[in-house]
Design a protein around this ligand. Sequence first.
Ligand SMILES: [Zn+2]
Length: 290
Amino acid sequence: MKHGPFTIDPVMTGDFRLDGGAMFGVVPRTLWSRSNPPDEHNRIAMTMRALLVRTPERTILVDTGVGNKNPDKFAQIFALDFGQYTLESSLAAHGVAPEDVTDVILTHLHFDHVGGAVRRDDGRLALAFPNATHYVQRRQWEWALAPSDRDKASYLPDNYLPLRDAEKLALLDGDTELFPGIALHVIDGHTFGQQLVRITHEGRSVLYCADLVPMSAHIPAPYIMGYDLQPVVTLNEKKRLLDDAAANGDVLVFEHDPGMEAAIVTKDERGYRAAATGGIHELLAAGKDA
Ligand SMILES: [Zn+2]
């Protein structure tokens, strides 16, 4: 769908499952299990929804999913499912070949966000998007090189060291307008130097929430992942972003929600909730009539 000079489309890269308790932190299972029923391993259904943003000059991919090079045991633990789509098939459906991608914005370097950036072809690692510059916050890059024992299972060096070795890595320092109308917001609660992506035209924004609000179930302020390194920082970052989103009618895109692509939120005395839900395209179109 056109949003001024931008054509914005979700790119489904694959489905997976994570532990429900880890996804909702201190929220009791009796609450989260209503909207997100766990399977026999206590895992909930999730997806990896990247974002394609095209302008007359650029073809930009935001995040890449988990990729194709994971061992069978890993694929089993996380129930990786590429039966319906892959990163490549979803890009091809939009007429985009890997060589066409000019820029890859990586929100952070956890495996379910960056894994698709590096392929394994005949046993060798190769960039999935050989012509693209890959943008990462410097603090996230440095953390990924030496993560803590608490989060190192999320960082697999084969997913990102090849970007540096191929000299296709651009490290960023803080908030920036990367391209006209495409801004990056740095947040630190989930990990250090995560960047959210905001695409704005005539005051109306599409905000890719990455792991700040991974699923629509995380819209209520205290619904924060157990994975987060600094959950109280996440809480404050979330309130700031959701206050802005509610005031401005931002279209929020959920990277990990299998059933809900996007929502517009409101805020009342009981907190935040989704006022309108659906696809990015219909929410942008609905906003125009309002
Ligand atoms: Zn993450």
